[in-house]
Design a protein around this ligand. Sequence first.
Ligand code: AMP
Length: 284
Amino acid sequence: MNIVQSVEEMQQIMQDLRGKGKSIGFVPTMGFLHEGHLQLLRNCKAENEISVLSIFVNPLQFGPNEDFDSYPRDIERDEALARNAGVDILFYPSKDEMYKNNMSTRITVVDRVDVLCGEKRKGHFDGVATVLIKLFNIVTPHKAYFGMKDAQQVAVVDGLIKDFNIPVELVPVETIREEDGLAKSSRNVYLSNLERKEAPHLYQSLMCGKQAIEDGERSVGIIKQAVSKHILEHTSGKIDYVEVLSYPELEQINEIQEKVIIALAVKFTKARLIDNITLVVPNN
Ligand code: AMP
């Protein structure tokens, strides 16, 4: 595995690989790798000759009161996991290397960001879009892999790729969960023992919403209430949002329609967790 920290060197390597006609897959992450990241890497490896993993905790996507400084980092462990997963190139730039020119230009995401995490974390997706434009230009992948755990991010990246005619194929990957249903996340390490026991109820609350829809409930208000009730009854977390929106448009709806997302964000003492499910609802 080649570990590269310099943007210039990375661009040289990628240019050479492209010149040789290699197919390139890319998995952008913030590190502290877990089974969710490894699944993206497995899909990437299966579909491309060269697999590139980036690890970069991007300051632009964290708000002033968010966890940029305390975000979990362990590059030695990540290196070993990446090597094991068969990563060909690990791109691991420093903050100064990525933003050495202080950035005279930023991307502003205007669509699908007035809901969910976009509404609660102002500027978050601008930071995501800005770093991704840089990473796509540096890595020049044919395919890029993103987890559905961050469904709104998938929708935003889809828009970014289309808006800027970036020649990369977006490949969404299903959410990987612990056996008890908790979505794998780097932030799970910040749950206390008790919170860790409560956290699977987030997924179970989504299942309550799904069950209500399958039982014929069509009122978004009632479904949101059922999900929230389950969270409040079974966890000590504070609800940041519980939403049922059209998918992939992420528009507010009053009645369930064919494709919907049930999404939630819940704040525990040291970790804010998100989760979602998307559903295709048969017309009755
Ligand atoms: P992060 O390092 O949290 O920025 O995540 C990097 C990529 O891994 C993003 O595309 C995430 O959506 C994806 N990812 C994170 N957790 C999971 C998970 N549990 N299942 C699938 N993909 C995930």
